[in-house]
Ligand binder design. Sequence first.
Ligand code: ATP
Length: 336
Amino acid sequence: MSFRVALIPGDGIGPEIVLNAKRILARLNQLFDLKIEYAEIEAGDGAFRKYGDPLPKESLEVIEASDFILKGPVGESAADVVVRLRQMYDMYANIRPARSLPNVPTKFGFVDILIVRENTEDLYKGFEHMVSSDTAVGLKVITYNASKRIAEVALRYALMRRKKVTCVHKANVMRITDGLFAKACRDVLKGKVEYNEMYVDAAAANLVRDPSMFDVIVTENVYGDILSDEASQIAGSLGLAPSANIGDGKCLFEPVHGAAFDIAGKNIANPTAFLLSVAMMYDVMYERSKDVRYKNAAEALRKAIDKAYETEKVTPDVGGILKTTEMIEAIYNYLG
Ligand code: ATP
């Protein structure tokens, strides 16, 4: 099976990471005989300056003809790009792994958690209004169908991992909305994996007490937003975290960090989060095609990144002395 990928270099440190990492993408295509075609497109602040639109028509046409989107960080227009694409293609699941890397100190030893966050509902629907000059109201929207489909995504990931899912909610207070979310998760997950439920306040505390009690966490939009940042930090650094926005059709893969304009152009940006996002893209390609070459490519890339950390061939933000291009070179050489 072949795939077309729209590649967005982005702004700030985006282009120096993405354009230099293209040789890793080409090498993996070659090593594993992957049938992936990349088409580079403009999106973000640069595109806004040039075309008056952070997601110009020409780029949207390429995206429309692609299976996936692989994106570097974009600057001020990040929300206009990502939120728009998420909505256009109903990418309803936000997947955020928090996995520690060799030689990146954590307070908790090796951490490996995957957060599956519902991406379309909850208070982030933004249904808010003033009832009087003194009172603002925000509506929390939870549907059984959206809760069920996110639970199904959690199930798919759990079956590839330790087969354990914790559903995080606050149904003791929000009995109807969170109660419905929990019911959908129970209906999908109970009996198929080791399943438990936890209130969000307890989950936040347990993450900093003993993260090893979690494997996959499935949760609503707002709780997932907060817990995923917490989990990435526990695993070492928010700056190393990859992410995926998954729908039934197109998916978008991107690093969690932003455009980091303060260090742009200095060749010191860490490419880890972007490259781990590439590995997540291969995972989804494997899931959709069942072609083991994509699975092997994901594994080889993750191993090469681990090896760079083991041998301290890393950028200054994680205690190394390498330039971005040198770290990419090291990972390239470790691919085999
Ligand atoms: P945004 O609002 O888009 O999240 P931000 O500037 O507030 O942007 P980031 O761009 O994510 O946040 O980064 C915060 C700081 O972390 C940066 O100023 C930079 O110094 C550091 N940083 C972020 N990403 C990287 C990276 N890939 N490599 C090295 N340092 C990074």
